[in-house]
Ligand binder design. Sequence first.
Ligand SMILES: Cc1cc2nc3c(=O)[nH]c(=O)nc-3n(C[C@H](O)[C@H](O)[C@H](O)COP(=O)(O)O)c2cc1C
Length: 366
Amino acid sequence: MDNLVCVSDFESQASKILSRNALDYYKSGAGQQTTLQNNKTAFTKLRIRPRFLTNVSNRDLSTTILGEKISIPIGISPTAMQRMAHPGGECSNAKAAESFNTIFTLSTIATSSIEEIAEAAPHGLKWFQLYIYIDRNVTLNLIRRAEKAGFKAIALTVDTPMFGLRLADVRNKFTLPPHLKFANFEGEKSTKINTTQDGSGLNNYVEKLFDTSLTWDDVKWLKSVTNLPVVIKGILTAEDAKIAVDIGVEGIWVSNHGARQVDGVPASIEALPEIVKAVEGKVEVYLDGGVTDGTDVFKALALGAKMVFIGRPTLWGLACNGEEGVKKILEILRKEFDFALALTGCSSVVDIKKEMVVHESYYAKI
Ligand SMILES: Cc1cc2nc3c(=O)[nH]c(=O)nc-3n(C[C@H](O)[C@H](O)[C@H](O)COP(=O)(O)O)c2cc1C
């Protein structure tokens, strides 16, 4: 792994290791994948305005999220089915996050259960990502188990009444390999993903079991059944952000689901400023989508995110070397972010000011 020194090195290496079925599932965006590309290129259109001679000899990368201190403003997004990447799957990923004292978010449709994660990373800061099933008892059962297992927040994903059309998965007739299952469930909800009659098995699973009738009333319902903080994941507009704040959620996670839902939506980093403005500091705002470098973290924080999360980079780390691979990914991003701080005159996250990041068009106007 010594020759893998940035996230894209890991991506190239993982591409050589993973099966076509798994690689395409992890990598793909929806439709023609313009948003997938844009999630990354939008970061390159932002320029950093560094300041100098500010004494950066002591740097602190930590921050506080929902009252809990984390060592870096970089956490792990929920991504489904991680045991396709490595036998340790979500457990290895959670252990890596625990060792960095940052947040690991477990997907509802993970290949490791809530209880397995609690056992693998007992001291880690863990969030549970929730998909609401048509059967509310199934959903409630997940919430109660996450509470009991010591998870510290529920991240309700709202961008997925159904899953986007990921064309490679349709072509591959994507299914989860037979030795794996959705570990949070029993019976059909656990194994229906192992077969498909037609097209992507994941689309078929979700269409049958997820609730497409969800409204903001269901967010109120979620708030009424749990005392855990509720973070809304998948917000892309000021309008929805305001409704979420009015309902009383504790956090807003700006995300386009790694560009996997509907092609043509903005890059997460493009959507971030209008949401930060709408929220008026009333709740914390986070971002994921296309973060692959420490300077991306810096840019997102300057534009108002309290922290960022990464999805695919940890899958590449897992594929290359399990827990150690994810640790290396986190270490690469930690180091790059530390460099970004030092080389722009910042000693901590509070020193990252809004005016330090501008769109490239700023320079054309001068
Ligand atoms: C393979 C894969 C599986 C995902 N599974 C889930 C999921 O189960 N629940 C969810 O809320 N988001 C899921 N997402 C979206 C991620 O949480 C996150 O928003 C996205 O990966 C961030 O973009 P990035 O991959 O560019 O870092 C998934 C993304 C990928 C790539």
